[in-house]
Ligand binder design. Sequence first.
Ligand SMILES: Nc1ncnc2c1ncn2[C@@H]1O[C@H](COP(=O)(O)OP(=O)(O)OP(=O)(O)O)[C@@H](O)[C@H]1O
Ligand SMILES: [Mg+2]
Length: 453
Amino acid sequence: MNEGIEQLIEALNFSPDNIPLRLHLAELMIKGFMLDDAALQYQEILNRSYGNDKARKGLANVYIKQKKYSAAILVFEALLADNVLKGEELVPYVKCLIKENSQNEAVEIYKKVLQQCPGFKDEEIDGVLRMPSTAKRTNIDDDYEDELDDMFGVGDFEGDGRADFFMEKPDLKFEDVGGMKKVKNEISLKIIQPLKNPDLYKAFGKKTGGGILLYGPPGCGKTYLAKATAGEIDAKFINIGLHDILDMWMGNSEKNLHEIFAQARENQPCVLFFDEVDAIGASRSDLKGSSMRHVINQFLAEMDGVENSNEGILILAATNAPWSVDSAFRRPGRFDRVVFVAPPDIEGRTEILNQYLKEKPTEKIDITAVAKVTEEYSGADLKAVVDIATEYKLEESLAKGAIEKLTTKDLLKAAKQHKNTTAEWFSTARNYALYANETGLYNDILDYLKIKK
Ligand SMILES: Nc1ncnc2c1ncn2[C@@H]1O[C@H](COP(=O)(O)OP(=O)(O)OP(=O)(O)O)[C@@H](O)[C@H]1O
Ligand SMILES: [Mg+2]
């Protein structure tokens, strides 16, 4: 056990009522992934100091990490009723509601966030709550529609009643994505080149079509890369947090799926990106007889292009949990390439760091030194390191009234402060790679972990 934690526990034996100390202990436990212990500490605080806000917020945070969303919602509800949740503190609450399929409540709470923090944006939430433009074409209840209209002004439909809702045209290019040479190459060969040179592929009798499933730890650029793929070929980009639509309008989801594919076909070239695809491909066997099964079959039929050709559409999907994706998704013509998006290697880290430092005032930076101490850091982690270092300098600059430039030392210090967030994922992934790797699907994970096959 972490020494600090042990000391705090000992100290608390002597003064069990020291609430700040116990709060601190619980926080350390969260950092050390001792979630159950942290929850116990928060409960202990609540026993001693009834309704303690910080303990309740901490508890909600633990529940979220444990994926006990409904428990977290109960805590948030109480906090909200007591008027102690403000602004962005409500964001995790919204996300929990979304996870629990309480879309209407999510909208309610999200409205409060937007009221208190005008201009607030959150890709994940907007991705879900903007979806109702699809639903608009189906039969959700009118009040809800109006609410969403008010919120997002989604009234901008074209004549045929179709909205170009979540369609983007990203400016991102492959060069903006650091590292990932192999993955970019794979995407290029498998889906970009066939799109650009269809005749060539035909001449060689190569079948085109199908998609790529990207998987890997959080923050390593799956979503980012999908977007850059669209930017790279100047295509439109449709980003779908699939499980969200599906859960949102159970009865209508088949139609929604069909319309999404139809939109993509009308707007080619188009990258159709299914984020968190495990959510749909997951438990097909658990879903026997449920309407979700139809949805999945519909998805597979659309993907196969049974009724309509998918020419001109690039289909990408991403997941943190490839082991949860039904194998039917991986059949030829579907997601028949499964590509591991690993944390960047030293070269990749150098590129990413350089990229994020490009627009900052810096001294001459020893990037290699920083890249060396950030092994297993995700792209998002590296961005965080640069952000933290920038904050140090901003503070100093403000104090001095002159621009202080970023140094290697700042970055090294920031890297110490921000630890990598990929370890937890690998501890799960390693088990699948070791014990559920019959088809060699996870060999890339073994390679990354330097485990002999
Ligand atoms: N290779 C990279 N080059 C530049 N920036 C990166 C890279 N990887 C990640 N980032 C930064 O980290 C952010 C998060 O990455 P992204 O959302 O694509 O991760 P992800 O793999 O989709 O994670 P999750 O599994 O949590 O969805 C990006 O918006 C980008 O700012
Ligand atoms: Mg993502």
